[in-house]
Design a protein around this ligand. Structure first.
Ligand code: SD4
Length: 331
């Protein structure tokens, strides 16, 4: 077998590495190998998440630092936002659909390409944990609506009313005009997609949301759809999305980004291509925000969006930062 370096194998160019906002000791993770399987050494854990969600990345980092695996890290990280009633785009306190019902979507994916999802689930604060149970305890990948809720209750989750007074009042106000107009960069604090690499070099991801505010009853976006809102391939990297789900689904955005990284693009380059693919297919792209973030097997990260204003949190040994994303319209 030809001798080669993983860096070469992964196709990462120097330019690509420079383009990445965070480069974590790429050289240290490069070792010569006789086999075609890349061997990684001195792995440094990293967690990234859509939007400025320091409490969530902090929690995930805590798990990674206690020798926790990336799956536990992403689950426990996004649970912070699900429980936070001041985040009106995720979990408890989420904005309702146009009928006043809070319906949640979430998914999770691990290093072995196992995945689980719940869509259109009501009355459960932690849909990501229900998604994990779907992954681990059922022969299925996705459960929806009442079936998902019934499964959650069987698994010991408590039924709770997720519509807070604040979200209810805003919805009643919205009903006066009932104009459905997705807001760009709503709160700068939105759907949370999280990607992590642990000390073993294994990747996992999770994504959770209450979806677009005042959506039609029954509407499901990209966030719980494996390949669209989230995708992990432990040989390559992971990607996750925030923003107008319909546009992300049409290009299977997160899967596309992981495949672009497989072909040699850096996480940054792959996110840019993912957004540009959406722009090419949608004349009205300026009406919507889409943000992608990605991580590769070496812990390099990237992010890109349509409108300025999107950012993502990165926690690594180099620190905990809110990284403003570059954007198509801000270039
Ligand atoms: C959805 N992608 O349901 C989610 C919403 C979102 O920023 O991410 N908003 O389409």
């Amino acid at each position: 077998m030809e001798r080669r370096k993983f860096l070469k194998n992964s196709g990462l160019s120097t330019a690509a590495i420079i383009a990445s906002p965070l480069v974590t000791s790429c050289k240290e993770t490069t070792v010569e190998t006789e086999s075609s399987t890349p061997v990684l050494k001195n792995i440094h854990p990293v967690v990234i998440a859509t939007w400025d969600v320091p409490n969530a990345t902090n929690k995930a980092w805590e798990v990674l630092n206690k020798e926790g695996n990336s799956l536990d890290a992403v689950e426990q990280g996004v649970m912070i936002e699900e429980a936070d009633v001041t985040n009106q785009s995720v979990g408890n306190g989420g904005r309702p659909d146009r009928d006043g019902n809070v319906t949640l979507d979430a998914c999770i994916m691990d290093k072995d390409s196992n995945c689980g999802a719940v869509v259109y689930i009501e009355n459960i604060v932690h849909p990501v944990s229900v998604a994990r149970k779907v992954m681990e305890d059922t022969p299925h990948v996705m459960l929806a609506g009442k079936g998902a809720e019934k499964f959650a209750i069987e698994k010991g989750f408590e039924k709770e009313n997720l519509l807070t007074e604040k979200s209810k009042e805003e919805w009643l106000e919205w009903k006066k005009t009932s104009q459905y107009q997705p807001i760009i960069n709503i709160e700068n604090h939105d759907t949370i997609g999280m990607l992590a690499i642990d000390k073993n070099g294994d990747l996992s991801g999770a994504c959770t949301t209450s979806g677009m505010a005042y959506k039609m009853a029954g509407r499901v976006g990209d966030s719980p759809i494996i390949g669209a809102g989230l995708f992990i391939d432990n040989e390559v990297g992971g990607a996750t999305a925030t923003g107008m789900g319909e546009l992300v689904v049409r290009t299977v955005g997160s899967f596309l980004i992981v495949e672009l990284m497989r072909q040699g693009k850096s996480p940054q380059e792959a996110c840019e291509e993912g957004v540009k693919r959406i722009i090419a297919k949608n004349k009205n792209y300026k009406d919507f925000q889409i943000g992608f973030i990605a991580i590769n097997k070496n812990g390099e990260t990237g992010g890109y969006c349509i409108h300025p204003g999107f950012s993502y949190r990165i926690y690594s040994e180099e620190g905990h930062i809110n990284q403003p994303s570059t954007s198509y319209l801000g270039e």
